[in-house]
Design a protein around this ligand. Structure first.
Ligand code: PAF
Length: 292
């Protein structure tokens, strides 16, 4: 596996690939890699001749300094996982911003809701750093995980709106045996918080089961999910039922229907976790044993 710290060296490698007629898939990450990332790499290997993974904890997408400082980092472990995955190259820049950086990419229509409400500037940072990565690596394909649904939708919209010559693909969320969505942030949970965090997939599964049981409203679903998370000791950021295409929130009195997305952000201790399901097709209610 090639390792690049400088964008110029990466650009030369990329140019050589193109001369050889090879396509490139990019998997942008912030490191602390897990099986979810490996599944993105495996998918990327099906989509292009060569796979590049980037690891960069992007400071501009953190709106709290201590969240950035405490973001999990595991360069040695990451390197080993990447070598074993068969990925072709790693881009691990020291910084991606030059002094005086003053240009930003924004998708306001998708950035103002869900995570954007309590993380102002987050999606501007994400869209900007991903644009920079696209500019540097010029991949034909880029892969993002569905756990970060808002991010994936926003980046898909950004690439289409700005005529970026890259296919943005969203791959399914990978889950632990108890249903918890894989996330680098799970490493920061204490054993007790890790147990409590399993209330997220159970609450999502409960919502699926309620919907399957008959007619219900958005408010009934979000109230039940909120109660379940709070009972498990979570501090809620949001529990929202939204349309998958534009993340528009469904009013509480409106019917909850299959095809809507149930999205959650909740804190367990200081660790903020997110998850979502496309109602009616997640299969979570069948995959997880319901609480007695
Ligand atoms: O999902 C992430 O890990 C990050 O938001 C991304 C896409 C690598 C941009 O920094």
């Amino acid at each position: 596996m090639k390792v690049f710290h400088e964008k110029e060296a990466l650009r030369s490698w990329r140019a050589a690939l193109r001369s050889a007629g090879q396509t490139l898939a990019l998997v942008p990450t912030m490191g602390a890699l897990h099986r979810g990332h490996l599944s993105l790499i495996a998918r990327a290997q099906q989509e292009a001749d060569a796979v590049l993974v980037s690891i960069y904890v992007n400071p501009t997408q953190f709106n709290r300094a201590n969240d950035l400082a405490n973001y999990p980092r595991d360069p040695e472990g990451d390197r080993q996982l990447l070598e074993a995955s068969g990925c072709d190259a790693l881009f691990e820049p020291i910084s991606l911003y030059r002094p005086g950086h003053a240009s930003w990419v924004e998708v306001p229509s998708l950035a103002g809701t869900l995570c954007g409400r309590t993380r102002p500037g987050h999606f501007r940072g994400v869209a900007t750093v991903v644009t920079k990565l696209f500019q540097i690596a010029q991949p034909e394909v880029a892969l993002f995980g569905a756990k970060d649904l808002q991010q994936a939708l926003l980046l898909t919209q950004m690439a289409a709106d700005l005529d970026m010559p890259v296919r943005v693909l969203t791959a399914p969320t990978l889950r632990e045996a108890d249903g918890l969505a894989m996330s680098s942030r799970n490493r920061r949970l204490t054993p007790a918080q890790r147990l409590a965090a399993a209330s997220i997939p159970r609450a999502l599964a409960g919502a699926e089961a309620t919907l399957r049981g008959g007619t219900t409203t958005a408010g009934t679903i979000t109230d039940a999910v909120t109660r379940r998370l709070v009972d498990a000791g979570a501090r809620i950021d949001y529990v929202s039922l939204v349309r998958p295409e534009d993340l528009l929130e469904i009013p509480p009195e409106s019917p909850a229907t299959p095809g809507l997305v149930l999205a959650i952000a909740a804190f367990f201790g200081a660790t903020r976790l997110i998850d979502n399901v496309l109602l009616g097709s997640s299969g979570l209610d069948e995959a997880l044993a319901e609480d007695p």
